[in-house]
Design a protein around this ligand. Structure first.
Ligand code: AMP
Length: 272
């Protein structure tokens, strides 16, 4: 795998790099990330990944400073999965960057308590799209809202990029793999799987999905030691709250902290 440590280095080589499938990451890679690389390889294109911990999308400076960094291991994982190129953008990425304001959808779910988060996500991704000019970009559906907001951004701006979202990779306990899991104590990591179990529990009772059911589950999660940010049922596209399971698929999404570590997860409830 060829590594570019600066954007300038990448630009010098870019002429020969066409038909790229791009997997953006913030590093501390795990099997969720490598599933995206594996899929990217199947597209038949050259595969490029980036590792960039995007300060613009963090609301909490401690969260940014504590974000796990495991570059050597990341490089090995990417190589093992056949990634062709890795770009590690230097700080020049922020030079003359155009700030992007995410649409109102970004104020729902994770946006409520993380103002500006999706502005930061789109601002950096647009810059990376301009630099890399990928044909295909691959995201995980664990970050469902991010996927929808980036998909809308690509469509609304007529960017010539095909966006693909892939299923969440989980531990056997059901816990969604996340770089943040490394910040959990053993006890809290065990507890963290309750998030997915709760989503699956609601799925079992989806015929009676309503605000009261979700409120009961929020109380339950809080009693287990979580601090629930939201547990919401919503329209898959607009992200507006919705319980109409008889007429459409619903996104069931949760964000909660345990031991100060914020975790997110979601499943799609198929319509009855
Ligand atoms: P991050 O490094 O957290 O910015 O994530 C980079 C990409 O990996 C994003 O598209 C995420 O949605 C995706 N990703 C993170 N965790 C998982 C997972 N457990 N399964 C699948 N994709 C994931």
């Amino acid at each position: 795998m060829k590594i570019f440590n600066t954007i300038n280095e990448f630009n010098l080589a870019k002429e020969n790099l066409t038909n790229l499938t791009f997997v953006p990451t913030m590093g501390n890679l795990h099997a969720g990330h490598t599933s995206l690389i594996d899929f990217a390889k199947e597209t038949g294109n050259i595969v490029i990944s980036t590792i960039y911990v995007n300060k613009l999308q963090f609301n909490d400076i401690n969260d940014f400073n504590n974000y796990p960094k495991t570059l050597n291991n990341d490089i090995k994982l990417l190589e093992d999965h056949g990634c062709d190129y890795l770009l590690i953008p230097d700080k020049s990425i922020l030079e003359n960057i155009a700030s992007i304001k995410a649409p109102t959808k970004s104020q729902k779910l994770c946006g409520k308590n993380r103002p500006g988060h999706f502005d930061g996500v789109l601002t950096i991704l647009k810059k990376l799209f301009d630099i890399i000019e990928p044909k295909i970009v691959v995201f995980g559906m664990k970050d469902y809202q991010q996927f929808i907001i980036v998909k809308d951004f690509i469509n609304n701006n007529n960017l010539n990029i095909n966006i693909i979202g892939l299923k969440t990779i989980r531990e056997t306990s059901g816990l969604a793999l996340s770089s943040r899991n490394n910040l959990l104590s053993t006890k809290n990591k065990n507890l963290a799987s309750i998030l997915y179990q709760t989503l699956k529990d609601i799925e079992t009772n989806k015929v009676s999905i309503c605000p009261d059911l979700l409120n009961l589950k929020i109380d339950y999660l809080n009693s287990c030691g979580f601090k629930v940010d939201y547990l919401t049922s919503c329209d898959e596209e607009s992200l507006e709250e919705c319980f109409d399971i008889h007429n459409k698929n619903l996104l069931l999404a949760v964000a909660a902290s345990i031991g100060g570590v914020r975790l997110i997860d979601n499943i799609v409830l198929t319509k009855l």
